[in-house]
Design a protein around this ligand. Structure first.
Ligand code: ATP
Ligand code: ATP
Ligand code: CA
Length: 217
C-alpha cells in the first residue's frame, strides 16, 4: 500500500483519487473548495479544505513523506505553479502536475515536476486514434513509427489457423506478442499458437502495417 496526496479535486484530480483508492492505496485530498471536499470526504482516506499555495499547509502534512503528489489544479495557473514549486522544494517524490497550456508545461518542467500530464490533449489523441483506426481497440505509441495495438480477430478466413499458417510476420510485418482467448486463457504468440474468431491479439509493428493487418484480420 502506498500513500498519495491529490491537490485539486476537479474531474482529473477526482478520478486520480478514486483510482488510487480503488487500487487499495491511501490518499489525502486537498482543495480550497468546501463543496469539493464534502463530495470526497467518504472516498478519500483524509480530506482537507486548504490552500495548497500556503507553504505551512503542505509542511504540516509532511508532503515530502508521500509516495507521490498529484497537483491537479487547472485554471488557476499561478496556483498550480506555486504549489508545484513548494512541493518540489520540500523534496517530495514523484511529483505529477496537470497542465493545460504550453507555457505551463515549460514552467512546470523547469521547476522540476517529475511528470506533466495534459489530460485533454491525451484524451484528444486517443479519440483521434480510435477514429483513424476503428479496427484497433487500443494504441500505445512506441516511437514515431511503431505502435503496440490490441486487435480483435474478425475474419473467418483466419479461424483455426496457427500464426505460422496465417503467415502473419511474413505477410503483414507485424508480431503477435500476446493472445487472449474468449475462454480467458492467454499466452505469448508462437508459431504454433492457434488464432480463432474474437481472440484479442496484442500486436507490435509499424503503424502502417498494423493498420493493414487490422483491416484484414
Ligand atoms: P478538471 O478539468 O480536472 O475538472 P480544471 O482544469 O477545470 O479541472 P479547476 O476546476 O480550475 O481545474 O481546478 C481543480 C480544483 O483545484 C478545483 O476544485 C479547485 O478548487 C482546486 N484548487 C484551485 N486552486 C487551489 C489551491 N490553491 N489549493 C487547493 N486547491 C485548489
Ligand atoms: P520454420 O521452421 O518454417 O522456419 P519455425 O517453426 O521456426 O518456422 P517461426 O520461424 O518461429 O517458426 O515462425 C514461422 C512463422 O510463424 C513466422 O514467419 C510467422 O509468420 C509466424 N509467427 C511465429 N510467431 C509469430 C508471432 N509472434 N506473431 C506473428 N506471427 C508469428
Ligand atoms: Ca497516438
Amino acid at each position: 500500500m502506498k500513500s498519495f496526496c491529490v491537490i485539486g479535486l476537479g474531474r482529473f484530480g477526482s478520478s486520480v483519487l478514486k483510482s488510487l483508492i480503488n487500487n487499495g492505496h491511501e490518499v489525502v485530498a486537498i482543495d480550497t473548495d468546501a463543496k469539493k471536499i464534502d463530495n470526497h470526504k467518504d472516498i478519500a482516506t483524509h480530506v482537507m479544505i486548504a490552500d495548497a499555495t500556503d507553504e505551512r499547509v503542505l509542511q504540516n502534512i509532511e508532503i515530502d513523506k508521500f509516495d507521490g503528489v498529484i497537483i491537479a489544479i487547472g485554471r488557476d495557473v499561478q496556483a498550480s505553479i506555486l504549489t508545484t514549486m513548494i512541493v518540489v522544494e520540500s523534496g517530495a517524490k514523484n511529483v505529477v502536475a496537470k497542465a493545460t497550456t504550453d507555457v505551463q508545461i515549460k514552467v512546470l518542467t523547469k521547476i522540476g515536476a517529475n511528470k506533466i500530464i495534459e489530460p485533454e490533449k491525451d484524451a484528444g489523441n486517443r479519440v483521434a486514434d480510435t477514429l483513424i483506426h476503428p479496427d484497433v481497440a487500443e494504441y500505445l505509441d512506441l516511437s514515431d513509427d511503431y505502435s503496440f495495438a490490441k486487435i480483435v480477430v474478425k475474419n473467418p478466413k483466419f479461424n483455426g489457423l496457427t500464426l505460422y499458417q496465417a503467415n502473419v510476420t511474413q505477410d503483414y510485418q507485424v508480431n503477435v506478442a500476446f493472445i487472449k482467448k474468449q475462454d480467458g486463457t492467454a499466452g505469448i504468440g508462437k508459431h504454433d499458437t492457434i488464432i480463432e474468431i474474437n481472440d484479442v491479439l496484442y500486436v507490435v509493428g509499424n503503424k502502417k502495417d498494423i493498420e493493414k493487418f487490422s483491416e484484414i484480420i
